[in-house]
Design a protein around this ligand. Structure first.
Ligand code: FES
Length: 114
């Protein structure tokens, strides 16, 4: 499987998020969430109507940092698995992306978001 390097893990603020543009030929961006050594990557597309989630560049979390929030209609998602716990897409999931970390660099499948 071909991989795409996104960034160094340390470029993602601990307890924060970082957005990435779509892969070449794709139209869905990605975002990474870091909590200490734990990193998750999601497709940046709300299950409600498919819009990007970020309310400011690289900002995806509620003010208390405990949920992902969609900028458009305020859906809220669990950090642990991306399940919508409040809002118009209640029970739906953000799409997670498989990750690989090697020597501190975060990789995803080249076709993630295509
Ligand atoms: S597009 Fe995300 S809640 Fe409507």
């Amino acid at each position: 499987m071909k991989l795409r390097a996104l960034c160094e893990v340390t470029e993602i603020e601990d307890g924060g998020t970082l957005a990435f543009p779509p892969a070449e030929g794709g139209f869905l961006g990605l975002f990474a969430l870091r909590q200490g050594d734990q990193v998750q990557v999601f497709i940046n597309s709300c299950p409600h109507i498919g819009l990007a989630l970020d309310w400011m560049p690289n900002r995806f979390l509620s003010t208390d940092g405990r949920q992902i929030v969609c900028a458009m209609h305020g859906a809220r998602f669990r950090l642990s698995d991306g399940m919508c716990v409040e809002g118009p897409c209640l029970g739906d999931m953000l799409e997670t992306v498989m990750i690989h970390i090697k020597d501190g660099t975060l990789y995803v499948p080249e076709n993630a978001g295509l």
